[in-house]
Write a protein of this length. Structure first.
Length: 189
């Protein structure tokens, strides 16, 4: 049985823009009974953010909460995204990348044309990640990276006007300030 991952944010852009060179099999899909929000977050200056953090235009690492897209259960709604086939190695790699998210089985909630059977996973903000985002909002320290927001929108625009429109309709409004931030990555180990 094949495992699949449903991506609904930056994974869409990463996959759609690299699938030709990497040979990934993927399909546009919908995840039922969910909406998207900017509800996952990370403490940018925290020690556990050492493998991924953000710097500002001066090259400093601001003490802020950086917020990301998240999928949350919402009866009667659906979000668009992509499903793509993964083997165990690729699934572990995505688990490491999505360290602030929990992998959740959504097989019965995904609809698409073209993919076979198998288990479908998605990543929802972990309880800690959602708490960090909420705290950042309360303290007026939560921001969304301009590049991240643009990166997510770009992936859906590659799917055409309808995909971008559905992304906008199924995503809660961006109610956090955008900030010019540059992501710094090192090996997560």
């Amino acid at each position: 049985m094949t495992d699949w991952v449903f991506g609904y944010g930056s994974l869409v852009t990463d996959l759609v823009t690299s699938s030709d060179e990497n040979g990934f099999e993927w399909f546009w899909a919908n995840l039922g009974n969910h909406r998207r929000d900017w509800g996952a977050g990370m403490e940018n200056a925290a020690a556990d953010a050492d493998w991924k953090y953000y710097v500002d235009s001066r090259g400093t690492r601001p003490d802020i909460v950086v917020a990301f897209l998240d999928a949350y259960p919402h009866s009667g709604s659906s979000i668009n995204g992509v499903v793509f086939a993964v083997d165990e190695s690729r699934l572990r790699e995505i688990d490491r990348r999505e360290v602030r998210y929990s992998r959740v089985d959504v097989t019965d909630l995904v609809t698409t044309a073209g993919w076979g059977d198998g288990r479908v996973w998605t990543y929802r903000g972990s309880e800690k990640s959602r708490e960090v985002a909420l705290r950042g909002r309360r303290e007026d320290r939560a921001f969304v990276s301009m590049d991240y927001a643009a990166h997510c929108r770009h992936g859906f625009s590659l799917g055409g006007e309808q995909a971008l429109h559905q992304f906008q309709l199924s995503t809660d409004p961006l109610d956090l300030p955008l900030r010019e931030l540059t992501m710094v990555l090192s090996d997560p180990g």
